[in-house]
Design a protein around this ligand. Structure first.
Ligand code: ZN
Length: 335
């Protein structure tokens, strides 16, 4: 079985995103948000059958761990109440996709984060999505301010109430920023990769996994700059008298394979143990074009993973075994 641990509903019906625009406009003008639009099952089916499902079949993957559009989370917009209503709408839509296509999609929720607001306010939505919808994880934005990094780092006790709930529910978080509203950053170019790299460094310089030995994070996009600069991080850890990185972080931190060329994948697989790599494509996401050098889609990551010099046993871990381990509720669902 091939599990893609990183997919977003980037093809959701138009009225869903249109409602978000109206919601934020209403918030700015001090009005109540309009009612949410009706979205039929047929519209959802059409949005999936011509998109994610088609590519799953074409590329030969089986299940996608599916969450709301990441750039669309927009935690810097509105306030805690708009974030709450938006997260509820997005997560409900994911639940509907997973109900219509139970063999192909398993849900992960976005959280109703808001810059400067305690992550405590995310607990109810996380519980609802796990207990009522059967979701297996969450996406956690380390920078709800959208590129200004105004909230405490992930190792700060500020985040602990959410971690306590994640540990209790046995769900991991993919550490995933949203849209950059700071013009210095390009959302999917620099901001995403900065977010990944910063999150790893924040984990390294904290007591997070001493305090939560079973907490699990997936750092997407191949871990940002981390594998490439593994020597720098090892050296920094050594200078700080920290334990070696595998001991310090690799029981808790995992990397996905959303790296869009073979040399990058080769580096990832060379530096990071196979036990810590989860197959992912983030397809129909940030990079949708065809690579003229290969003639294939940049985000068809299975083509790169197939070429890696890993044993069959290690490939099985990357494709399936690690995802089952990191998302225990996924394994329970898949049987
Ligand atoms: Zn993503």
């Amino acid at each position: 079985m091939i599990i893609d641990c990183h997919g977003h509903y980037t093809t959701s019906p138009r009225q869903h995103e249109a409602w978000r625009q109206e919601q934020i406009a209403a918030h700015k003008e001090g009005r109540a948000a309009p009612n949410r639009p009706a979205i039929s099952d047929d519209e959802i089916r059409a949005s999936i059958e011509g998109g994610q499902l088609k590519l799953q079949q074409e590329r030969g993957t089986d299940v996608t761990i599916f969450s709301p559009r990441a750039a669309g989370m927009g935690h810097h917009l509105g306030d805690a109440s708009t974030s709450e209503a938006w997260a509820a709408a997005c997560n409900e839509l994911i639940h509907r996709v997973c109900t219509l296509f139970p063999r192909n999609f398993i849900g992960v929720c976005m959280l109703p984060q808001s810059a400067g607001v305690s992550p405590k306010n995310c607990i109810a939505e996380l519980e609802r999505c796990v207990n009522e919808y059967g979701f297996v994880g969450c996406n956690l934005n380390p920078d709800p301010s959208g590129g200004y990094w105004q909230d405490p780092p992930l190792g700060d006790r500020y985040w602990y109430p959410l971690y306590e709930k994640m540990v209790e529910l046995d769900v991991p978080a993919m550490i995933h920023v949203s849209m950059a509203c700071n013009p210095a950053f390009h959302t999917t170019g620099s901001h995403y990769l900065n977010g990944d790299t910063a999150a790893f460094n924040q984990c390294m310089t904290s007591n997070l996994f001493k305090d939560f030995p079973t907490l699990k994070f997936i750092i997407p996009h191949g871990g940002g700059a981390v594998p490439y600069h593994w020597g720098r991080f090892r050296g920094l850890a050594q200078d700080m008298k920290l334990p070696p990185l595998p001991e310090l972080l690799l029981h808790n931190v995992f990397f996905d394979t959303c790296v869009y060329h073979l040399p990058g994948q080769e580096l990832l697989a060379k530096v990071i143990p196979a036990e810590n790599i989860l197959f992912a494509s983030e397809m129909i996401g940030a990079v949708r074009g065809i690579d003229p050098e290969t003639g294939h889609a940049f985000d068809d990551t299975k083509r790169y993973v197939e070429q890696l010099p890993l044993s069959a046993a290690d490939k099985q871990k990357v494709y399936e075994g690690n995802a089952r381990r990191v998302y225990p509720r996924l394994s329970a669902r898949l049987g």
